[in-house]
Design a protein around this ligand. Structure first.
Ligand code: SAH
Length: 225
């Protein structure tokens, strides 16, 4: 999978993309992430990427030209399945959407800033808009990192133990059961005996019951779906 991220702050991705599963997926060649600085695609001498909003009011708006030039440049070399704009009013990111996107080959993720991007970019260039929640961030970078992480970790081969991704919360519309490790007894707080019983059938039964119990308590809507 190739992910091209369009941003005015490429350095913001240094942390999230250089550790753990994403780092390993890059090293294994499972994904290629290219960071593109929108500012490199300006033509004026100040390298402006934003301007005052038509109609007045607070905040700046990201201009269409550099974003369009960058997208056209990328499209000349690669065919993209989706051009995604991170936006607080986009489709809410959930596990099902992440699963679907993990099957794509190439995608662009566009990060906005300030008051957002010129609406014509959304109308004519973007194919999909995704929100990571009903709140507003300062920019699309953190949202793009969240989206990338949730997609990449479920691509076959990205995780060490593939079964692990499938048993996480929201796969199969269930919340994960609680997990424990050594020591068995910590200051009198004991791990459930069944997990140490070695009886796989009983362990699976216990995990399944806990999963359903947690889902009922914490995300009952999943059971309705
Ligand atoms: N004026 C806009 C908010 C702009 S926030 C509004 O009220 O809807 C600046 C940028 O941050 C956006 O262009 C978007 O790319 C990103 N962003 C903010 N909140 C986000 C969220 N919840 N999900 C995804 N991207 C978000």
């Amino acid at each position: 999978m190739q992910i091209d991220i369009l941003t005015i702050f490429p350095d913001m991705f240094d942390g999230p993309f250089s550790h753990s599963i994403i780092k390993r997926a890059k090293e294994k060649g499972i994904i290629t992430i290219n960071l593109h600085n929108i500012r490199d695609y300006t033509t004026d001498k100040h390298h402006s990427v934003d301007d005052y909003p038509y109609g007045g009011g607070a905040g700046m708006v990201m201009m269409i030209e550099p974003v369009c030039r960058l997208i056209e440049n990328l499209k000349a070399k690669t065919s993209y399945d989706e051009i995604i704009y991170m936006s607080p009013d986009g489709e809410l990111l959930g596990q099902k959407l992440a699963n679907r996107l993990s099957l794509l080959k190439n995608m662009i993720i566009l990060c906005g800033h300030y008051k957002g991007i010129d609406e014509r970019i959304r109308e004519h260039l973007v194919t999909m808009e995704i929100s990571i929640g009903d709140y507003v961030l300062s920019g699309g970078e953190l949202a793009a990192a969240v989206l990338t992480d949730t997609i990449v970790r479920i691509i076959p081969g990205a995780m060490g133990d593939e079964a692990s991704a499938l048993s996480d919360s929201y796969q199969d519309d269930l919340i994960s059961p609680p997990v424990y490790t050594r020591p068995y007894d910590f200051n009198g707080w004991k791990a459930p005996d069944v997990l140490l019983s070695g009886n796989e059938k009983e362990i699976n039964k216990w995990r399944n019951e806990k999963s359903i119990e947690r889902t009922k308590q914490r995300r009952p809507r999943l059971l309705d779906d």
